[in-house]
Design a protein around this ligand. Sequence first.
Ligand SMILES: N[C@@H](CCC(=O)N[C@@H](CS)C(=O)NCC(=O)O)C(=O)O
Length: 221
Amino acid sequence: MTIGPLRLHSYWRSSAAYRVRIALELKGQPYEIAPVHLLRGGGEQHSPQFQELNPQEFVPVLMHGGRTLRQSMAIIEYLDETWPEPPLLPTVARDRQRARAIAQMIACDIHPLNNLRVQRYLEEHLEADEADRERWTRHWITEGLDAVEKVLADNPSTGEFCEGDVPTIADCCLVPQVYNAQRFGVSLDPWPNIRRINDACLATEEFNKARPENQPDAPAS
Ligand SMILES: N[C@@H](CCC(=O)N[C@@H](CS)C(=O)NCC(=O)O)C(=O)O
């Protein structure tokens, strides 16, 4: 199906945008990146122009077919419904439920606590210094990934990837969350399944292309 170009408002380090980039790469759909710098000048996500695209002042936003699509999980499901191959949700209901559950453990219960606006609130209203904020971030990542590891370990549904042997929506969420964990110095040692699946994902061309450091708006290293 072709209904015009795909344009993704993204920030190289945003893990929610990273999820959508992975899904687009897995679908083999060409897309343009429209960078939104989340820090410069207080954050371009707060500009009046961007607020028109997303009143929540978040990336990602995907433009497609004259529509403005928001919320990474809903965008991934839209991509899956628009281009069904390869599927990002398993065909069997119980497997599909498990893939969504793992994805939501990350996207609903870990990531929001560590978002930039939460960090800013801690700093500006609760007088949390940088060390406090990093402790906060590491705490929620560790507690959340501990639970994800338990769900992955010793479960016959876990395969090469989180659910079975092909990447699903769960892997689209896991890899960006592991990137965040590493960014904040959280060791993956307690989580052998998470580490193995993250390595398997990043060994593929699709996940590799979506990596933060491979984005046009990433600073030159
Ligand atoms: N639930 C949203 C979360 C999006 C989100 O948290 N985006 C972050 C970057 S990862 C953002 O734009 N933060 C800007 C801010 O906090 O000011 C989604 O999944 O799309």
